[in-house]
Design a protein around this ligand. Structure first.
Ligand code: PMP
Length: 287
C-alpha cells in the first residue's frame, strides 16, 4: 500500500510531502510534535498525546493549526489512508513560514505536518529476551524539557553515541548525578524492595504519556511507586531497570555502561507492566 503524508490541508504521497525553506521549524526548531502509536488497529493513549500537544503549544504561545478535534480527525484519516494496523503517526506543528527573524511573526499560519510509519514489530525478540543496553551521558539539553519541541540536537547526539557504543539508548545524567530520562524515553528502576521508581514530572523531563499510563497501571496492580530522582549507582544496584515511550511501551534495560542490572535478565515487574500496557492499549480507541 502507498505511503501517504499530510501537509497543511493536503494528503500527499510521502515522497512529495515538503515544507517551505523558511518554515520556522526548519530554521529555529520553533515547533512541537507528538508520536502516537497504533497497536492492533487502536490508537494507544490518543487523548493523552492530544492533551500534551495542547500543553506544548500553549507553553510556546503557538496556535493550534485547526481545532483539536479537526487535528484528531486528520490523524485518523491519515492512519486509514496508510492502512495502519501497527505503526505510528508523527505529528508536527510549527509556528509557520515567515521571513527569518527571531521574534514571533505577526501573522504566520502554523504548519501542520503528519507522517505515517508501519511497524512490523515494536520490539525485537532478543530485546525482550535479553533486555537492552544503555550508556550514560551528561544531560546537555535546555531547561524546558517538559515541552515536546523539535529542538532535538542533544538527544540526537546522545542516541548516536549510544548506537556507536552498541547500546540501545542513552540515559541523560544531570549535574547532580541523577538520571533525568532517556534521549527519547523515560527511565525507571525497580528497587531490591520491589518499589517502582521514576523521576517526578518537572521542567527537567518530558512527562511521557506512556509513563503516566504505566504509573496508573502499576498503582492498579498494587505495585509500590515512588516518584523521585535516582542516581546511576542506584540503578546499577537495582533489581530491574527499563525505559518507556510510545513505541517501546516498557522495554527491559539489563546493562548500564556495560555493567549488569540485577541478575542481568529482564525483570518480572518490567515484563508485567509491558503486558499490562499492551492489554490496556488494545482496549482503547479504535483507529
Ligand atoms: N522523554 C523524552 C525525552 C522523549 O523524547 C520521549 C518520547 N518522545 C519520552 C520521554 C516518552 O514519552 P511518551 O511516552 O509520551 O512517548
Amino acid at each position: 500500500m502507498a505511503r501517504w503524508a499530510y501537509v497543511n490541508g493536503r494528503y500527499l504521497p510521502h515522497a512529495q510531502a515538503t515544507v517551505h525553506v523558511e518554515d520556522r521549524g526548519f530554521q529555529f526548531a520553533d515547533g512541537v510534535y507528538e508520536v502516537v502509536t497504533i497497536l492492533d488497529g487502536r490508537f494507544a493513549d490518543l487523548d493523552g498525546h492530544m492533551e500534551r500537544l495542547g500543553r506544548s503549544l500553549a507553553e510556546l504561545r503557538m496556535d493550534w493549526p485547526a481545532a483539536p478535534r479537526v487535528v484528531e480527525r486528520i490523524l485518523r484519516e491519515l492512519a486509514r489512508r496508510n492502512g495502519l494496523v501497527n505503526g505510528s503517526i508523527y505529528l508536527q506543528i510549527t509556528r509557520g513560514v515567515a521571513p527569518r527573524d527571531f521574534k514571533f511573526p505577526a501573522n504566520a499560519k502554523p504548519t501542520l505536518v503528519m507522517t505515517a510509519k508501519r511497524v512490523a514489530a515494536f520490539a525485537k525478540p532478543e530485546q525482550l529476551e535479553q533486555g537492552v543496553a544503555v550508556i550514560t551521558v551528561p544531560d546537555i539539553r535546555w531547561g524546558r524539557r517538559d515541552i515536546k519541541t523539535v529542538g532535538l540536537l542533544a538527544p540526537v547526539l546522545a542516541k548516536q553515541q549510544a548506537a556507536e557504543s552498541g547500546a540501545y539508548e542513552a540515559w541523560l545524567v544531570d549535574s547532580d548525578g541523577t538520571v533525568t530520562e532517556g534521549s527519547s524515553s523515560n527511565a525507571w528502576i525497580v528497587t531490591g524492595a520491589g518499589t517502582l521508581v521514576t523521576r517526578p514530572p518537572s521542567h527537567a523531563i518530558l512527562n511521557g504519556i506512556t509513563r503516566l499510563s504505566l504509573l496508573r497501571l502499576a498503582a492498579e496492580r498494587g505495585i509500590p511507586v515512588e516518584e523521585r530522582p535516582f542516581t546511576v549507582e542506584e540503578a546499577l544496584s537495582a533489581r530491574e531497570a527499563f525505559v518507556s515511550s510510545a513505541g517501546t511501551f516498557a522495554l527491559p534495560v539489563t546493562r548500564i555502561d556495560g555493567r549488569p542490572v540485577g541478575d542481568g535478565k529482564p525483570g518480572a515487574v518490567t515484563m508485567a507492566l509491558r503486558q499490562a500496557y499492551l492489554d490496556y492499549a488494545k482496549g482503547s480507541t479504535a483507529a
